[in-house]
Design a protein around this ligand. Structure first.
Ligand code: FMN
Length: 311
């Protein structure tokens, strides 16, 4: 049936309700303040500031980023000023942005994650907490995220420690993404974010050296879109009740539609913001027309409706 009016963009991921499915990905939108001149922040479905850690971190040595064919390899190493600074300096501003703020945290171990979540649980203005168990550029970052049982236990401990909805941001650098997502769901995750970056290497052959000071980095951008879509489709089909935030090379509304059909309930725009700071808002502007093209009256009704050619 053709949609007669503007499609309903509202989406729900577990306990998290968003005005629309378009968010910006952690680490690609600063702490939001920096981007306010480019994007009408209150129009977005939500914002996810850069990962916050228990203590300030200087991050890795430079160079930390290098462009690749249709992608970006980065090894920032979670450069941030720590949770005290986040609460004192960024959160007061974030409370004013007029959309859902999802705090993204990374701990060096389970206890640190729980302590940080406990603190954020006492703060107002945080719509959900995204657990970064997937940063490929720091020691410990991956160890937790590649083990299904550890992810499940972490999610359940964090869920018990704070009242906000919990989103587990998973690493794609695993053999079986469904097993990890299933464990996050069993632990009580409201949703999973899929995916973080893929481990990669860029070589400067004349110098016989990796280009990044950290040697390895995480690949993002259009190059990873088919990989991310595959993982989202697999997880959505295996775990149809687990809401997914789709991430990976999304730069326009057509990309977003592909993720929604594959099974994501919402999407995050990451690297595309570096090329066009207003990419997320542009995508949001284009989305209703794409939905209408499919005759959809809402985002929700198209989520996970991709049909297999194999019957
Ligand atoms: C420069 C850079 C920094 C990033 N920093 C973070 C971070 O601090 N925390 C996090 O969870 N993800 C971080 N990411 C990963 C993105 O949030 C996203 O998951 C990934 O880049 C894939 O999406 P994209 O292809 O749209 O960029 C970073 C990505 C880039 C390119």
């Amino acid at each position: 049936m053709a949609a007669s009016s503007t499609p309903d963009l509202r989406v729900e991921l577990g306990r998290l309700v968003l005005k629309n499915p378009v968010l910006v990905a952690s680490g690609t939108f600063g702490y939001v303040r920096e981007m306010a001149g480019f994007v009408q922040i209150s129009r977005l479905g939500g914002v996810i500031p850069k990962t916050v850690t228990a203590r300030p971190r200087a991050g890795n040595a430079t160079p930390r980023t290098v462009e690749t064919a249709s992608g970006l390899l980065n090894a920032i190493g979670l450069d941030n000023d720590g949770i005290d600074h986040f609460i004192a300096h960024h959160l007061p501003y974030l409370r004013t942005v007029g959309t859902a703020v999802i705090a993204n945290i990374a701990g060096e171990d389970e206890d640190q994650f729980v302590r940080m979540a406990t603190r954020l649980g006492q703060e107002s203005g945080i719509a959900a907490i995204e657990l970064n168990v997937s940063c490929p550029n720091v020691s410990h970052g991956l160890d937790l995220g590649i083990d299904a049982r550890s992810v499940g236990r972490l999610v359940s401990r964090v869920r018990a420690a704070c009242p906000q909805p919990i989103i587990a941001k998973l690493t794609p650098n695993v053999t079986d993404i469904v097993a990890i997502a299933a464990s996050a769901a069993e632990g009580g995750a409201d949703a999973v974010s899929l995916v973080n970056t893929f481990r990669g290497l860029v070589v400067d052959w004349k110098r016989r050296r990796p280009v990044l000071a950290n040697d390895l980095g995480g690949l993002s951008g259009p190059a990873i879109k088919p990989l991310a879509l595959r993982m989202i489709w697999e997880v959505a089909r295996a775990l149809p009740t687990l809401p997914i935030m789709g991430i990976g090379g999304i730069s326009n509304a057509g990309d977003a539609m592909e993720f929604l059909l594959a099974g994501a309930t919402a999407i995050q725009v990451g690297t595309a913001t570096f090329a066009d700071p207003s990419a997320a808002e542009r995508l949001l502007n284009e989305l209703p027309e794409c939905l209408s093209h499919l005759g959809a009256a809402s985002v929700t009704e198209i989520v996970g409706t991709l049909r297999s050619n194999r019957g």
